[in-house]
Design a protein around this ligand. Structure first.
Ligand code: FES
Length: 112
């Protein structure tokens, strides 16, 4: 059973679980500011659920790649859209600042 470590919490989940859903179900602050209300609720279109992930998750598919290719994101920055990610093994998650989570300053890390 994979373990997700995010914002100082360690959460067990099923292999293949949707990262966004697990984080929200466990009270992790996935969204920055107003994006907690203004988001696409997991459709993969808004880009506000972007995080950095260390560990094994599903490969990026076309929808996620398409959104991360559009400003202010960039596919080469190593961010993933939590709503498009299936957790496959133990992972550590980091959230960055700015509305879409595209910034350079860490809001929280795996440790807190
Ligand atoms: S919640 Fe909108 S892209 Fe993930």
């Amino acid at each position: 059973m994979p373990k997700i470590t995010a914002q100082g919490k360690t959460i067990d989940c099923e292999s293949g679980a949707n990262l966004r859903q697990v984080l929200l179900d466990n009270g992790i602050d996935l969204y920055n500011g107003a994006s907690a209300v203004i988001n696409c609720h997991g459709l993969g279109t808004c880009g506000t659920c972007a995080v950095a992930i260390s560990g094994t998750v599903s490969e990026m598919e076309w929808r996620e790649k398409a959104r991360l290719s559009v400003f202010p994101h960039s596919v080469d920055r190593g961010r993933r859209l939590a709503c498009q990610v299936q957790v496959l093994d133990d992972i550590q998650v980091t959230k960055f600042d700015e509305f879409w989570g595209q910034g350079d300053r860490k809001i929280w890390t795996a440790q807190g």
